[in-house]
Design a protein around this ligand. Structure first.
Ligand code: MBD
Ligand code: FE
Length: 281
């Protein structure tokens, strides 16, 4: 039962005052967003009759989240990054733009500056016992034209679900590569099949998920940025058929069109014929 102790007009007035709405100075955009955020926050506090203790516990939780550098993890966990993606989809629909590979979340674990090579790359450093696999594709514009010289920036977790620069166990830029597409717009990567990612055991994000009755796991996935001069940048991922967490991704990144089935290749010649000029060890 909502408490509703405060009148809407009183909350509106407070939020506007706190946001400097009546003042001359400041930044109009910051004022508007702050005002709307504060008004809604006050409404929630009033409707849920949030106590002083609960309020300060919430502030403490956010402070700890900041201390852990975890906001990037919490945001996808509460569906906000996916929500922004869906809004971009809607904007494109309204503008009459359609087709092409679907976007999905970037997530918090991208690192810029991965090694750049032409046409193909090996992404793993050979120390991971994961199963080797090959990713190949062709970059095309919405008009269907192939795009040579596009940059395909790929990053993914190792066979334990950890990312280089984050888990401290891997060499710099392990499983992070940029590949420039060849004359036919193609790229090829050799890597190892990633495991899903789980939020760290002591993380604020995992604690929040537990309080919400949810798990804190992502299905295995491979991230992509694809960019070329004159084109909008695509942020996407793919997942693997049959993954335990495919349809309950805590970060809401799964989209049916982006789920792929691995094709098992056993003979070395077939692997070479797939375009890779180094046979698997
Ligand atoms: C990840 O690897 C990720 O992609 C997201 C969105 C959140 C946490 C870890
Ligand atoms: Fe990820």
């Amino acid at each position: 039962m909502p408490a509703n102790l405060m009148s809407k007009s009183k909350m509106k007035q407070l939020a506007e005052e706190a946001s400097g709405i009546g003042e001359k100075g400041g930044d109009a955009r910051v004022k508007e967003v702050t005002n709307r955020l504060l008004y809604r926050l006050m409404q929630v506090i009033d409707e849920c009759d949030v106590s002083m203790e609960e309020f300060w516990a919430g502030v403490g939780f956010l402070a700890q989240t900041a201390k852990n550098n975890e906001f990037g993890l919490l945001v996808p966990g509460v569906a906000l990054e996916h929500f922004l993606d869906l809004r971009l989809d809607e904007a494109e629909k309204k503008a009459g733009i359609s087709g092409g590979t679907l976007r999905t979340i970037e997530g918090p674990l991208y690192v810029a500056g991965a090694p750049l090579s032409k046409g193909e790359a090996r992404m793993d450093d050979g120390t991971d016992p994961g199963e080797p696999f090959v990713i190949e594709g062709q970059v095309r514009g919405e008009d269907g034209n192939i795009i040579p010289g596009a940059i395909v920036d790929i990053w993914h977790a190792n066979s334990k679900g950890g990312y280089s620069f984050i888990d401290g166990e891997q060499a710099a830029y392990n499983l992070r590569r940029r590949i420039e597409t060849d004359a036919k717009g193609r790229y090829l990567a050799r890597s190892i099949v990633p495991n899903g990612y789980g939020c760290p055991p002591e993380s604020c994000t995992r604690k929040a998920m537990t309080l919400l009755g949810r798990h804190a796991e992502r299905p295995a996935h491979v991230h992509f940025f694809i960019s070329a001069p004159g084109y909008r940048k695509l942020t996407t991922q793919f997942n693997f058929t049959g993954d335990k967490y495919l349809y309950t991704d805590f970060a809401f990144g799964t989209r049916e069109e982006l789920v792929v089935t691995l094709e098992r290749v056993t003979d070395a010649a077939a692997i070479r014929n797939a375009g890779f000029n180094r046979p698997f060890a």
